[in-house]
Design a binder for this molecule. Structure first.
Ligand SMILES: [Fe+2]
Length: 161
């Protein structure tokens, strides 16, 4: 595998994963953490598609499923944070991510080059780790926890009703 795909968390985990979710990425809300972990897993599936072509994974479908799931995840974050101060700038980061990922997918669908898939993986891994640790966690973890706390009565009613 190319050096530019090297990743510290992969090495420390001693696995073939490209990125590894670590406790330091936790924003303190299990529902959000679980979604972040699933996005990590989807990126690792992309990595497997690139590094082990013999698996014949449908790269385009994996890419599109990941983009769909990330949109769903961003909707979840909006449901927690939409009314919080500073969220507009947070959502702008999400929009930029969606625009860039959409462009990657369109380019991949046109050309399917391995180089492009490497670029996608590098972008996804760095953006995700940066965004989770910086924006989601450092700036918004307390708001996420507050919103999660405020959602509890609703969840309780749903569970009982
Ligand atoms: Fe976010």
């Amino acid at each position: 595998m190319d050096e530019d795909l090297a990743d510290d968390s992969r090495r420390s985990a001693g696995q073939s994963d490209y990125i590894c979710w670590l406790p330091e990425y936790s924003v303190g809300v299990e529902r959000i953490d679980a979604q972040h972990r699933r996005i990590f897993a989807m990126i690792n599936t992309l990595y497997t598609a690139l590094s082990q072509p013999q698996t014949a994974l449908p790269v385009r479908r994996v890419l599109e499923e990941m983009a769909d799931y990330v949109s769903f995840h961003f909707d979840t974050e909006r449901s927690y944070l939409g009314a919080m101060p500073g969220y507009a700038a947070h959502e702008q980061e999400h929009r930029q991510f969606i625009a860039k990922t959409d462009k990657f997918i369109k380019d991949y669908q046109k050309f399917s080059p391995d180089r492009l898939l490497r670029d996608i993986l590098i972008f996804l891994a760095y953006w995700l780790k940066d965004h989770i640790k910086g924006t989601d966690k450092r700036q918004f973890a307390s708001y996420l926890e507050l919103a999660d706390y405020n959602r509890q009565p609703t969840n309780h009613e749903e569970n009982n009703g």
